[in-house]
Design a protein around this ligand. Sequence first.
Ligand code: PLP
Length: 410
Amino acid sequence: MAEPKKFNCEAIRADFPILKQTVNGHPLVYLDNAATTQKPNAVIDAISHYYRSYNSNVHRGAHALADQATEAFEASRTSMAQFINSPKREHIIWTRGTTEGMNIIARAWGEANLKAGDKILVSHLEHHANIVPWQMVAKKVGATVEPIAITPEGEIDIAAFKAQLDSSVKCVSFGQVSNALGTVHPLDELIPLAKAVGSLVIVDGAQAVGHFEIDVQALGCDFYVFSGHKMFGPTGVGVLWGKEALLESMPPFLGGGEMIETVSFSGTTFNVLPYKFEAGTPDIAGVIGLGAAVSYLNSIDRKAAYEHEHALLEYTWEKAANFDGLIRVGQPKVCAGVFSFLLEGTHPSDVGMIIDQQGVAVRTGHHCTQPLMSEFGLPGTVRASFSFYNTKDDVDRLFGALNKAKTFLL
Ligand code: PLP
């Protein structure tokens, strides 16, 4: 792999064509990266090249285009395995995204392994995608889903978590980074605690992969799930990574073509990993585009990119502290990419609408974290979320727009 280029924000911005446009008559300030990141030319071109030049189904074809498509599709798997330090490429299962990955684990592993009386722990900070699948499986098997308490700063309460752990806890599922507050959880401390009582550990990496390097082996989790569209890849494609023994022991989630070895009315046998979990025609263009996103990220000095992003967050906090009526929501010690806040006396959706008129795109609402919002007694927040292509000027534009929102709304 070539050495990554020195980080240069302006050069990076030039790779993202969408950032050049004006919205509502103003140059776009895109601060909704936690919802989805923008796509560099390299990703857009890879998808377009596939459709223009070698569109074909994978694995089953006996012609040149099918071979080319299969090669590109499987090359993405190899580069993704290296990207997250998977011991084998076969442990990378293509999914539609984090939500599907979590549902596969809850259904295929959960239904086969959980029973009445077992406990599943998830924190109050989790995205609905890391709560609802567990509630569904718990209801089916008679297990319970217990929330892990959080602190007023928006971090997992480690003492409370320790007190919950006993041999009835069979599964703990953490987000690595909170999409609502940006909290980076101390997984190096939390995972060994769960492992010590024999629990399975799942990590929702949706908000982590776009910010820093992931090493699934160093984390020590059993499963890791994420979405391509939050790491500069296309929507509709993501990854379920799992330990081999677990993936081998799990029944398939969907039945159909590709996931079988032989089919007969007297009995069907299943394909090997990863195909056992990849029934039907996959999102071939999406997987190829995601492979291009991995190559793009590999070409960037990611530590410098993270430092740049973090400096923007610090600059934002500084400006927020001097902005009358702004209430920051959550003050985690370690925070990545997200600034959640309220403007006193206003509703988040009104603020979002007014700053959109000035070309500033943020997200407002509960951010698919209703249990967190009810813990904090809030209807929602305004969330500005950053990526490495954002600039100090973007932050200044955000606060300029907020000033206008204040004048208009108060
Ligand atoms: N988990 C977290 C922490 C998220 O932020 C999101 C999306 O915002 C998801 C899960 C769901 O991701 P997707 O909608 O791509 O499946």
